[in-house]
Design a protein around this ligand. Sequence first.
Ligand code: CS2
Length: 466
Amino acid sequence: MPDRRRLVPSGAARPTTRIVHLGLGAFFRAHVASYLQDLGGWGVIAVSLRSPDVREKLKPQDCVYTAAELAEGTIKTRLIEVVRDVLVAPKDQQAVIDAMCDPTISLVSLTVTEKGYCHDPATGELNWDNPDIVHDLTHDLPRSAPGFIVHALQSRRAAGVPPFTVLSCDNLSDNGALIRRVTLAFAEQVDPALANWISETCAFPATMVDRIVPATTDVDVATVTGLIGSHDAAPVMHEPFRQWVIADCFHNETFPPLDQVGVQFVSDVAPFEDMKLRMLNGTHSALAYLGYLVGHRTVAEAVTDPLFADFVRHLWTHEIGPTVAAPEGTDLSAYAETLMSRFANRGVAHSLGQIAMDGSQKLPQRFLAPIKERLRENQRCDGLILCVAAWMVYVSGQAGKIDVRDPLAERLSLASADPEKSVDNILALREIFEPALAEKLKVPLNQYYADLQQHGVRDCIRKVLS
Ligand code: CS2
């Protein structure tokens, strides 16, 4: 864009760095950073754990970028200036550790997606065979999120610096307990005394985060550039809604007073998290697999298809809703209707392919946990089982027609190579399915898998609704 001036900071004072954030995706920049921008005073060193792309775009514009709020027919832009520096972990490992060890850093937050926890999704335990964990246990400088956290805490302890708080902001059940568990397991291997110190002194509050943030496209870059009159190489697009609920386990100056900007500090995050993870993320994944197979490409497109809207409402009312112990005072059907209008927002082009990614890491908390509860109580959950079958069809890749992105993609493709045995082979993947649940799902999943191929998605949905 040689004819456009590059985006520059506004000139307002920038906040001092007090947070290191791992995982520089669009979600962090549209959610966590937007709250910090409202709050003021808390700057962030953002770390990309993999690709240097965003750094290359952000650094020339001094790490500022536009957050564009997408309502139907209108776009509101806002400059976000809380990111003070960007590091790329594979290249700047020591710099990342140094930043995390700086005594002025009191918080390390994470949006590294489900697979970034290097855990076994079926059990929630650290996966010792994860290649990043194998690497981190045999090298001085880490590359995984748990590896960076443990190395940095080890250096802080050695230097007599108190630990930072670790704040997981990913869509995982009991995310605080999960990051605590994988951190302690890793630390135990490095030095049991370190694990002990972490266990006694370091806080890992649970959180629930919510904002729909589609991946930024080239068209978005051009649109934002047109709106703001200068070239922003790294804008983020997001819906108007946002919510952040954090477990209230600290009352001191080491944690940003986010309650001043609408974040809820609560004693128990679980009801918020269960509700959001199952109602929102669960039906997102339902739409992703079933919708994709009939040719829909965005969430808004899928829910304006009446059969899909009915199916999502069926899941909320009859299968998922009954498993959710909503937070006190929450009307679950009103929550569901708000979700429907958020999904239907045509301003947000939220691609089903984006949501379908990493299904092996998402299935347990989105589909399998509610299925387990429904089966235990002898209640129907055929809609949810259909969603799992649709995921199985999706990950079979349909002879190269679907670009399956998943850390287990290779094993999923091998498992589904023989159409007669696909379901049983996929059910045998212990990282995803516990043996007892796999056994219970064998018959209905084989049935739905065959029905999906023979009669198609629409017939199967009609069968569930009938
Ligand atoms: C989505 C989430 O990609 C996905 O799996 O379900 O990113 C979803 O948009 C957010 O959790 C909404 O808060």
